[in-house]
Design a protein around this ligand. Structure first.
Ligand code: NAP
Length: 277
């Protein structure tokens, strides 16, 4: 078994970007809009800030009070959409209940939507057109590419169908000519599907939902799950149980989780180039 090392792939991506950014006339601009003071959101926003500063991006953080109105946040986004120094806009999720999340995601200019969560970018991805793509599934595609694991013609089984991970990943895999099966909480006999996977992706959020008997010998395992139990991080896959059975596996931590911020950095540069064109 070989580990798919997200830290290594992330480092390579960030080093390449740093070199490219050093030669630009203007620093790419990233703005993160955060509503309230959710502790997990504070951590994620901090990671984005660290990445942006490391790469020499222009970074700003717009903090709004937790009872901000829909009208006010829309005004903020309209302003950022019009600002020529801003290439990428992120609205940190989740948002408080009084706000219309979908409407806010769709208000971000398509070419500045570096989270790739707008309907327009999702549609472009489905149609295999150039798009800003969601970072976590794009990170999975890049890890596989780095390790030269070709997905064409492979049986790819994805457990989880969220708009953030499972669905966009299914589209990316189809666009690369994989044969894709997507499973979810209503799937009857999950193991029947997972056992056929050449590449098995678990994106559920339940520790050990994938056990050794559910995995084919020699399969590639991508574990997206992040489950914090008693202060320790676990994926969705019984790592110890499957590790001697599979060909490659992403560890948790140190696998897919590393990639999200690197892919965001790539998206900001892509948005910069789209805008500069
Ligand atoms: P989510 O929106 O909660 O979606 C979970 C999916 O799992 C749903 O499609 C759900 O099915 C399915 N599911 C739940 N129980 C199941 C079961 N018993 N059998 C089969 N499928 C089942 O979660 P998410 O945002 O996609 O995230 C999934 C996991 O990845 C979480 O642990 C999250 O923390 C992690 N994550 C990691 C990163 C990263 O950077 N590494 C980024 C995002 C998410 P239904 O659709 O039928 O409800």
């Amino acid at each position: 078994m070989e580990l798919l090392d997200g830290r290594l792939v992330k480092k390579e991506i960030l080093n390449k970007l740093k070199e490219e950014v050093a030669h630009l006339d203007r620093s790419p601009g990233l703005v993160v809009v955060q509503v309230g003071e959710d502790p997990a959101s504070n951590v994620y926003v901090g990671q984005k800030e660290k990445m942006a500063k490391e790469l020499g991006y222009q970074y700003s953080h717009v903090k709004l009070v937790s009872d901000v109105t829909q009208e006010k946040i829309e005004e903020v986004i309209d302003g950022l959409n019009a600002d020529e120094t801003v290439d990428g806009i992120i609205v940190q999720m989740p948002l408080p209940k009084q706000l219309d999340t979908k409407r806010i995601q769709n208000l971000i200019r398509v070419d500045k939507d570096v989270d790739g969560l707008s309907d327009m970018n999702a549609g472009k991805l489905i149609h295999n057109e150039d798009a800003l793509m969601p970072c976590t599934p794009k990170g999975i595609m890049d890890i596989l590419e780095y390790y030269q694991i070709d997905v064409e013609g492979k049986n790819v089984v994805i457990v989880g169908r969220s708009d953030l991970v499972g669905k966009p990943l299914a589209a990316m895999m189809l666009n690369k000519n994989a044969t894709v099966t997507v499973c979810h909480s209503k799937t009857v006999n999950l193991a029947h599907y997972t056992k056929q996977a050449d590449i098995l992706v678990a994106a559920v959020g339940k520790k050990n939902i994938i056990t050794p008997d559910m995995v084919k010998d020699g399969a590639v395992i991508i574990d997206v799950g992040i489950n914090r139990i008693d202060g320790k991080l676990y994926g969705d896959v019984d790592f110890e149980g499957v590790k001697d059975k599979v060909s490659y596996i992403t560890p948790v931590p140190g696998g897919v989780g590393q990639m999200t911020v690197a892919e965001l950095a790539k998206n900001v540069l892509k948005a910069y180039h789209n805008i500069e064109k």
